[in-house]
Design a protein around this ligand. Structure first.
Ligand code: PRP
Ligand code: MG
Length: 211
């Protein structure tokens, strides 16, 4: 039986595709810079689709994909009610959520501050827990711009290598959560395709061990 896997576009998809290829799965039409969104291996055992990260759980919950791989940050922020099983911590795509601001510029946290972020739910929870009064501005990307152009005092965003913060003259004020990529599974597929799923889990674990 063929298995359909939805991958979050970007770094997670690149890593998982590399793992699959290293394990002998051949995807003749796949290349990192292709605009194609769906790939099948020559053995017709895996179909991979590349989707925007918040949509991975939508595809999996509705059975349009059997399994999905997506960042835990996105699952917490946007998919908390999804009826899917989380079956594996892939140990890849590791990143940390941080509050960041302009390097060297002091932020008075006793005053009400504005926060630019793609993660309003996670950010609100963090500042509430710390009794900080904030205005959250939901952005859809390139959030590092917000403090530079005066849209917000700080940002809340994920940091992986730190390159984006550095390139834009920002510094971490506080790290507060760790994330990694997770495999999620459709509840019916989990019963019907358990062998195929276990095979994929094996591929990922073996590649992680070798990495
Ligand atoms: C993500 C995130 C940070 C950056 C972190 O942005 O929002 O900007 O990656 O990675 P780094 O620490 O390795 O630089 P992404 O590239 O997904 O773009 P977007 O925010 O515009 O969606
Ligand atoms: Mg970004």
């Amino acid at each position: 039986m063929s298995i359909h896997m939805a991958l979050a576009k970007g770094r997670i998809a690149k890593t998982v595709m590399t793992y699959l290829q290293k394990s002998g799965y051949e995807f003749p039409t796949y290349s990192e810079d292709s605009r194609k969104l769906i790939f099948e291996d020559v053995g017709l055992t895996i179909k991979v689709t590349l989707v925007k990260s918040p949509d991975v759980a939508v595809y999996v919950e509705r059975g349009a994909a059997d399994i999905g791989v997506v960042g835990e940050d996105v699952l917490i922020e946007e998919c908390s009610g999804a009826d899917v099983y989380e079956i594996l911590d892939l140990g890849i795509g590791c990143c940390r959520m941080a509050v960041a601001g302009i390097a060297g510029k002091k932020v008075d946290m006793t005053k009400r501050i504005t926060v630019g972020t793609k993660y309003p739910r996670i950010a609100r929870q963090y500042f509430e827990n710390n009794h900080h009064s904030v205005d959250i501005i939901k952005l859809n990307g390139s959030v590092e711009l917000a403090p530079i152009v005066g849209l917000s005092d700080v940002i809340v965003d994920i940091v992986e290598t730190g390159n984006t913060l550095r390139a834009n003259g920002l510094d971490v004020l506080q790290y507060f959560m760790d994330f990694s990529a997770r495999m999620i599974c459709n509840t019916v597929s989990f019963k019907l395709k358990i062998d195929e799923i276990q095979q994929l889990i094996h591929v990922i674990k073996r590649n992680n061990a070798e990495a």
